[in-house]
Design a protein around this ligand. Structure first.
Ligand SMILES: NC(=O)c1ccc[n+]([C@@H]2O[C@H](COP(=O)([O-])OP(=O)(O)OC[C@H]3O[C@@H](n4cnc5c(N)ncnc54)[C@H](OP(=O)(O)O)[C@@H]3O)[C@@H](O)[C@H]2O)c1
Length: 248
């Protein structure tokens, strides 16, 4: 008796896209993507590089393909060494065929605006990136950063804080309703606290980190947010690719 879930290798890109777009409600939809070790670490030696494997990457690319915007907090952009948000040729071809712009918008969340305007994230961006920050930081933004990105104030009552509900609203206001968030843990914690997460795609890497790696969320603990499983797939290296949507 085989009790393991279906293998990603047996599925075409179209099959996978059908699976990953099932149960997506009309209107704004915020998907968060993470990889975790079996013992709950979101990184190994400081990054996710050793976790996930080729099928995780395949799905990761497909999720970018169908996104209007890829939303990432500044810590992850810095720690993971992000480059510009440039999709592969096959993804661009698919987007063109579906009437979408060639690449999603890259939106970066930062309170401090400690971002290098000379980095490839900005200088080689195919679409002008968005930087979502506090109202006060947006007001005092460096000319060099304002030159390469749209810097948007997203504060609520406190002009020094970034309000994640305003972040989501700023994306919706620009028509960016299909949101693919790639972390990291601090930002995910804020999204959970504000109950903004519609979906979590979580890859379980069959490894034990054993150290002090971070969890996939960090922050104040709100009430439990219940999620409903939609599917589980098996990828190369015996990773499990799980998909959950918010049980509302
Ligand atoms: N397992 C995975 O799938 C996965 C995914 C992503 C990241 N990671 C790992 O997570 C680690 C980084 O963790 P992290 O918690 O530092 O990541 P993070 O949430 O990406 O970054 C934290 C930084 O992002 C900005 N930020 C996040 N939430 C904010 C908020 N609510 N308001 C204002 N600014 C906010 C701030 O930037 P400023 O400092 O610029 O103000 C803050 O210092 C790395 O080891 C990375 O490899 C793992």
């Amino acid at each position: 008796m085989n009790l393991l879930p279906p293998s990603v290798a047996d599925l075409s890109d179209a099959d996978l896209l059908a699976l990953y777009t099932a149960d997506v409600a009309a209107g704004p939809w915020l998907r968060v993507n993470f990889v975790t070790t079996l013992d709950g670490s979101a990184s190994a030696a400081g990054t996710t590089g050793a976790l996930g494997g080729p099928d995780d990457l395949r799905v990761f690319d497909l999720l970018r393909r169908v996104a209007d915007v890829v939303l990432v907090a500044a810590g992850t952009v810095r720690d993971e060494g992000y480059g510009p948000m440039v999709l592969h040729d096959a993804d661009v071809a698919w987007r063109r065929a579906h009437g979408e712009p060639d690449h999603p918008v890259f939106a970066i969340v930062s309170g401090s605006l400690s971002l290098d305007p000379g980095s490839r994230v900005f200088t080689e961006a195919p679409v002008r990136p968005l930087v979502l920050t506090s109202d006060r930081a947006a007001h005092g933004v460096d000319a060099a950063l304002a030159e390469v990105a749209d810097v948007v104030g997203c504060s609520g009552a406190d002009p020094d804080a970034v309000d994640v509900t305003r972040v989501a609203a700023a994306l919706t206001a620009r028509g960016l309703t299909s949101v693919h968030c790639e972390g990291g843990p601090s930002f995910f914690g804020a999204l959970v606290a504000a109950d903004l997460v519609d979906e979590l795609t979580l890859t379980v890497d069959p490894s034990l980190e054993g150290g002090a790696g971070p969890r996939i969320t960090r922050g104040s603990a709100p009430d439990l947010r219940r999620m409903r499983p939609v599917h589980v797939l098996r990828g190369e290296g015996d990773v499990l690719l799980t998909r959950y949507v918010r049980a509302r």
